[in-house]
Design a protein around this ligand. Sequence first.
Ligand code: FES
Length: 75
Amino acid sequence: MHASEIVACVDGPLLVRGDFELVSSTGEPVERTRRTVALCRCGASAIKPFCDGTHKLVGFRTEPPREPDAVEGSQ
Ligand code: FES
């Protein structure tokens, strides 16, 4: 069992759960009230760093996972 876990949601936020500290880019603590938080990665949330669901409105899409043996330029 990990102390914390990050799940990259398809076409959505990063779900972070467990025991962790969230800090701003300047190192200031960011208050959270839940054990699991959704962090915006589309850039459109009005409540950054948290996701507010706007990714659905803006049509945010994540890249499909790369094939592990795919090498660009090889044949
Ligand atoms: S990922 Fe949800 S608003 Fe940005």
